[in-house]
Design a protein. Structure first.
Length: 314
């Protein structure tokens, strides 16, 4: 992979440019950077696959003909991955025949640009596709009640972070948080009040973590937070700040103003290069959460992750 040069300081979008010609990549990068578009470069199919494991692009540009791959096959692969299925794909080629256009759209491409092209037009089409995709994907990747990310999106981002940690040796951490005795809220005050509590909890979590963290509604009254490039100690501190922020949050019953006191318990785990997979680290976080519940609720407990079988003690 070739990704020389710093990203634009005010980058708004990030695209993956899969093109074997350094000249074409250079022209694209030159015109995209001033428009707030960071261009990550890949000169081959193998490089593109490796890069996609460690990033979530806003858009992918694929040259139809690559030294080691067919751009249309790469497009089909992208469309089979859950976390990439809504990412816009633009096919770039010198083949402007109608047959190739049809093949490009049939494999899942969103647009088709024939060389030679005007760089200014390229930038306009890229930005338009990204804006449209973001508008469509918001409903797909966000929980309708709380506005937090969905479980599917969260799991996909954890997978991405595992790949990144294996490549770069970075650490990351997860928090699973569950509202304590939430059923009692629904039974006592009704589901509308329960929904209000869930919305408020999601908002407090969202405000308590960094913009680079992923806050999701994992299911029911359970939420999850992915903290990239964060070790266990820092993650525990962040989770504890969120717990304190939630306790301090003025939670009342809508309409009558009665004060509600709802706590949450959390399990935090650290992941890294040795992390076996998504299921293993989520199971470890779930065990830590269970330990927090068993210890009396309203607390954060740290747990360990599972190593691959070959590295476990007999």
């Amino acid at each position: 992979m070739n990704n020389e040069g710093a990203a634009p300081a005010d980058a708004v979008y990030k695209i993956l440019m899969v093109e074997d010609s350094p000249v074409v990549r250079g022209v694209i990068k030159k015109h995209c950077s001033p428009e707030g578009i960071e261009v990550v470069e890949a000169g081959s199919g193998a490089s593109a696959r490796e890069t996609l494991r460690a990033m979530q692009p806003d858009l992918v540009v694929l040259n139809m003909v690559l030294p080691d791959a067919n751009g249309l096959d790469l497009c089909r692969e992208i469309r089979t991955e859950e976390r990439l299925k809504w990412v816009p794909v633009i096919i770039l080629t010198a083949l402007g025949d109608l047959r190739y256009l049809r093949e490009g759209y049939d494999c899942g491409a969103d647009d088709y640009i024939v060389k030679p092209f005007q760089p200014e037009e390229f930038v306009l089409r890229v930005k338009s596709r990204i804006r449209r995709a973001r508008a469509m994907s918001y409903e797909t990747f966000h929980d309708a009640l709380t506005g937090c990310h969905t479980r599917g999106y969260f799991v996909a981002r954890v997978e991405e972070e595992i790949f990144r940690s294996r490549r770069e040796g970075t650490l990351f951490s997860l928090l699973l948080a569950d509202l304590d005795d939430f059923k009692q809220v629904n039974d006592t005050h009704g589901h509308l009040v329960g929904d209000h509590v869930l919305r408020e909890f999601g908002a407090v979590l969202w405000a308590s973590f960094r913009q680079t963290d992923v806050v999701a509604r994992y299911g029911g009254e359970e939420f999850a937070v992915l903290m990239p490039k964060t070790d266990l100690a820092a993650a525990l501190a962040a989770a504890e700040r969120a717990r304190e922020a939630w306790l301090a949050h003025p939670l009342t019953v809508p309409g009558d103003g009665a004060r509600l006191r709802v706590t949450f318990s959390g399990g935090v785990v650290e992941g890294g290069r040795e992390t076996a997979g998504v299921n293993e680290i989520l199971a470890a976080a779930d065990r830590a959460l269970y330990a927090a519940k068993a210890a009396g609720e309203d607390r954060i407990v740290a747990g360990g992750y599972l190593l691959p079988k070959a590295e476990r003690s007999p």
